[in-house]
Each structure stands twice: as C-alpha cells, then as structure tokens.
Design a protein around this ligand. Sequence first.
Ligand code: ATP
Ligand code: MG
Length: 287
Amino acid sequence: MISPYLVPFDQSFDLSSSPTTPPADAPGKKALKKELKDLVDELDELQRVFYADDRFSLLLVFQAMDAAGKDSTIRSVLSGVNPQGCQVYSFKKPSKEELEHDFLWRTAKCLPERGRIGVFNRSYYEETLVVRVHPEYLQGQRIQMPENLDDLWPERYRAIREHERHLANNNTVILKFWLNVSKEEQKNRFLDRLQRPEKNWKFEAGDLTERGYWDDYMHAYQDMLNATSTEVAPWYAIPADDKPFMRKEVARIIVDKLKSLQLQYPKISSEEQAKFTQYEAQLLGEE
Ligand code: ATP
Ligand code: MG
C-alpha cells in the first residue's frame, strides 16, 4: 500500500498543503500506541531475517526542524531492534576534518553494511537546507562557487540523486523521512522545554534563532523534497504535530518496505543437511 505521505516523484509536492496533523479519522492515542507496539515487534522479526539474509542494507534518513521529534521517533521505532543490527549517526556542524573533504564524505563513512539498519539523524541534506539558509557556511568549505549561488543547489541535488542511485544499485534500500511539524507546535515544544525542569537541557537559544528563518527553511525544504524524492530513495512528509501518529506512520512505512523485499533465512545445501543429521546423531549419542 502506498503511503499517502509519499512525496511524489514528479515535482508536484506542495509543502504548504502538506498536513502537519493526522487525518480526522486517525485512531486515538491508545490505539496508535498499540499499533506502534505491534509494528515494533514485527520490525524486530523482520530485522532478524534481514540480518541473516545479508543481501541488503537499510538506510533511514531523518530531517526536520528543531523539536519535530527526530530523536524520539528514532528511539521508539527502533526500540525493539537488536542493537547489534542497527547503527544511529547524528550529523552536526561539520568538524575541521570533515571540511577537508567533499560534502558526502562524512556520511559515506557511516553507511550501513549489508544486513544492517543505518539511521542518519540529519544528513548530507543539511547541505541544501541549513547551508542554503546560511550561505556563509560555504566559506568554510572552500569549494568552487558557481557565478550565481542559485546554481549551487540544483548541482547538489544532482550529486545527491546520483549518490543515492549508486547506493540503491548496490542493494542499499533507502527511506527518507521529513517530520513536518507546524510553526505553532514548535513554539509549544520550545515553551515546554523552557518551562519543565527535566526538559531545560534540551533548550538551545540557537534553536530560537533558526526559528526566525522558518520561511527560508520551508522554501529550502520544498525545493529539496521535490528535487530528491525518487523511486529508489523516496521522501515521506510525515505529519509531526502528533507524536504517536508520526511514530506509527514511520514504523508502518519501514515494515511495509522490509516485507516487500521477500527476505529469507539462508537455505542450507543437501550436503550440509546430511552433515547436520550426522552432528545431530553425534550429540544425541553422547553419554
Ligand atoms: P538535538 O535534538 O540534540 O538538538 P540536533 O540534531 O538539533 O539535536 P544540535 O547539535 O542541536 O543537534 O544541532 C546540530 C546543528 O548542526 C543543526 O543546527 C544543523 O542544522 C547543523 N548542521 C548539520 N549539518 C550541517 C552542515 N553540513 N553544515 C552546517 N550545519 C550543519
Ligand atoms: Mg538542536
């Protein structure tokens, strides 16, 4: 079943009409939590076969404005998965070493191996988002700049599409989630961080500064989502104002994708089977 939140591949995505809240007929909180629990269990089962099958890697990319719930979504959706089969990486401002390389270098080093799930909490997409909103970051990159700065973003989209196509051709399954929180809900969550002592540590003054650039970010997101949602690396624009709904929806998309891969436990050959029978007899014959 195709998710209603899939960003279409024909550049027709309109961010301003993309919902930040669940549909009116969405189940209640309790039912959503139960659904998430069932999906988390299913994901655990699927991940075991995924690991044994050892043909594919799964890359999950998360992008969002601050306080949209990236961290908690990653935590709750992957809560049932064997930690050995899953790697989460967060990408912050690039380090001095990272700036010595092209913009795909630091994430490429963290791509999941076969049989593993890799999660990118922020990603190379920041290079078309925060860097577009604050082009002064480009100075640290010492790249060849086009005459017109506007020509840089389509070039980065092209590089990203080609990178993702290459990964897909080499058995990396890619799913990308944009957690679409409204400006109003972000305000509530920032206020919550200021007002609740156990959440104070999450508040950063810099997040308020970025909020001031909301419209610039939305413009960059709209452009980026249209340019980089492809068959092999689709984006999903998930309503993020309601956390239980968002988590359930993300889990559902991942589970559906894994199911479609027809994963199998490796089958043993008839010679191996014969040996197994021998070993079995040996063990049973022990004193
Ligand atoms: P938290 O939930 O802990 O706040 P976070 O992902 O917001 O998680 P921070 O350390 O607060 O982590 O912020 C990371 C910052 O790094 C973001 O503002 C992001 O835009 C910025 N960043 C990420 N990648 C790049 C990049 N390539 N160039 C410049 N800034 C970047
Ligand atoms: Mg932050």
